[in-house]
Design a protein around this ligand. Structure first.
Ligand SMILES: [Fe+2]
Length: 232
């Protein structure tokens, strides 16, 4: 499996603080059957243009995983906050792995009127867009048609495992189920931040998908479509 959204790099955001915590997450992911993790640290506007630390940190973590013999590859990426500045840095924004996709994070609270403009700008610049966990946003509760339009225009919707399994509450679960039911272009990801409270585990979502396409849909959302996103 491939996890497209994971805060696994040490000391860069609200994920793990030390390399040892990152390795604890890597061990969990590998034991869960995940073979590729895209490291997606939060990227805020002042870092849109210049982010060599992502590649450097990914290289260090890959070396540490190899040293332990973990069958896990870390790829560089970022979770790009959907701020108006995105439009000034379209070419410089990190892509997910070797693919052409940008992981864009819509705000959890608020109804920005520029989200669709950002996505179109990215698409015009040749990028493709994965929208991070729409089911967690206020937009999804108040103006779900925004995500319907974006999905129709080719965005991939990234659903969190915790949203589908109920860990984020009943409303969020119902919204996540609705997205999976209504839109074929969905991927599952962990949005993990640590080894304990928000762990990098994908397999537990298989049960939650039983009525939404079962094993075939689970595989499509955790192996096949993420594989196309990262170019694997
Ligand atoms: Fe995230």
């Amino acid at each position: 499996m491939i996890d497209l959204h994971c805060h696994i790099l040490p000391g860069v955001d609200d994920g793990p603080r030390e390399l040892e915590e990152s390795l604890a997450m890597a061990r969990l992911a590998a034991a869960d059957g995940i073979r590729i993790v895209v490291a997606t640290p939060h990227l805020v506007p002042h870092a849109f243009a210049d982010h060599p630390w992502i590649e450097e940190s990914v290289t260090r973590l890959n070396a540490a995983c190899r040293e332990e013999g973990l069958p896990l590859q870390i790829l560089p990426g970022a979770e790009v906050v959907a701020a108006p500045e995105v439009l000034q840095h379209l070419a410089a924004l990190p892509r997910l792995g070797a693919g052409g996709y940008v992981l864009l994070e819509p705000p959890l609270v608020g109804l920005p009127n520029y989200l669709e403009e950002l996505v179109f700008g990215l698409q015009l610049s040749g990028a493709e867009v994965v929208l991070a966990h729409p089911e967690r946003t206020q937009i999804m509760r108040v103006k779900p048609e925004v995500f319907s339009r974006l999905a129709e225009r080719g965005c991939v919707l990234q659903i969190n495992v915790a949203s589908l399994t109920g860990g984020a509450g009943r409303v969020t679960r119902r919204l996540a189920q609705g997205l999976v039911r209504d839109f074929p272009a969905c991927v599952l990801a962990t949005d993990a931040h640590d080894a304990l409270h928000r762990p990098p585990l994908l397999a537990r979502a298989a049960t939650a998908l039983r009525k939404l396409g079962g094993e075939a849909r689970f595989r499509e959302m955790t192996v096949e479509r993420p594989g196309r996103v990262v170019g694997k």
